[in-house]
Design a protein around this ligand. Structure first.
Ligand code: SF4
Length: 335
């Protein structure tokens, strides 16, 4: 049994993708401007050797573009490469990201020959209106079909969704999260919309036709959807783009780009849980002690102690103290 898990990312920038979603400058997101298939092997070897003998389960992850939309020759070449590492025991499987409309019976027939641990689907929204405004080029119905095909083939599906897309509001996003759960996705990723240079969204923003969410708004809206995933036992494996997704370079134009977006959102969940508990009291004491799960104090207190300060202000509490209680499960608190 391996103790930790790591994805070995092989970024496939924009290959085979004829779409140009308004928010996408795929070269910027992946930090890769061209793709030389032979390099993939070196990239994989480099990560594997850095893992050494550590007790880590690794998966090869073809991320970035739409993996099942690239030429069949290249796709099967990459799958063969990934599978050779599965056979040698170096990795446990292959995962990839793609668009819902690039999944059909033919693709499933190919994928079935390989050890696919998860298919990550760029669902983004289950509102056809939002999909249209974002020029996604597929419908919510196509997403439902793709998830069904993948699940019927026995693959786990990770639903990737965005908050703050043009035309989207908190209700659309909550509905999308519920739909991801209902369709049977086993996990989810949530990406607040960030504006990159050289994208249609950037042009719209400059013309005043689109306003990106602030970090605070993105935190609240991401917390709304995280609540849905928590309530339906769907594992939320990521909130916000990661550092490797190169958001600190010149490609970033505007929007909720925070290096600890996930932690901010989890902090918001703690804030809401604490408020619920305090609201249920007849009288809030002047001095409050809040028990939180072991290892979760920094999230519960919030960045720059924002939760502590907000609670003291909102409930007129003189002092809030946080202590750990190892019997509590994640996101549970006790007064
Ligand atoms: S489908 Fe994916 S890769 Fe293609 S434009 Fe949209 S976000 Fe970018």
């Amino acid at each position: 049994m391996k103790n930790t898990h790591v994805n070995i990312p092989v970024f496939i920038p924009h290959l085979g993708c004829p779409n140009l979603c308004v928010f996408c400058n795929q070269r910027a997101i992946s930090g890769v401007r061209s793709f030389i298939p032979e390099k993939a092997k070196n990239e994989i070897e480099t990560v594997l050797s850095s893992l050494g003998n550590r007790n880590t389960a690794a998966e090869i992850a073809f991320f970035g573009g739409s993996f099942t939309g690239i030429g069949r020759d290249l796709m099967t070449k990459l799958l063969d490469l990934g599978e050779s590492y599965v056979k040698s025991g170096d990795v446990t499987g292959i995962r990839f990201s793609t668009r819902p409309d690039y999944i059909d019976e033919e693709i499933i027939g190919i994928l079935k020959h390989y050890t696919i641990t998860a298919a990550e689907l760029g669902i983004q929204s289950m509102s056809d209106r939002v999909l249209k405004e974002s020029k996604r080029g597929h419908t919510a119905e196509q997403t439902e079909t793709a998830v069904k095909l993948l699940k019927d083939a026995g693959f786990s599906v990770v639903g990737q969704m965005m908050v703050g897309l043009p035309g989207s509001d908190a209700e659309d996003e909550i509905r999308t999260a519920y739909k991801i759960c209902e369709m049977g996705c086993t996990a989810a990723r949530v990406y607040p919309t960030v504006v990159f240079r050289d994208t249609e969204l950037c042009g719209r923003m400059q013309r005043g036709e689109y306003s990106p969410l602030t970090v605070e708004e993105a935190v609240r809206r991401s917390a709304d959807v995280l609540e849905v995933f928590l309530g339906n036992n769907v594992n939320c494996i990521r909130i916000g783009l990661c550092d490797s997704e190169n958001l600190h370079g010149t490609e970033y134009a505007a929007g909720p780009n925070h290096p600890s977006m996930g932690e901010l959102v989890e902090g918001e969940i703690y804030f809401r849980r604490i408020c619920q508990a305090l609201d249920s009291l007849e009288e809030v004491p002047e001095f409050c002690t809040i028990c939180v799960p072991a290892g979760e104090i920094s999230k519960a207190v919030g960045q720059k102690r924002c939760n502590k300060l907000r609670i003291e202000y909102k409930y007129n509490v003189k002092k809030v103290k946080f202590i750990e209680n190892s019997s509590l499960k994640r996101y549970n608190i006790l007064l």
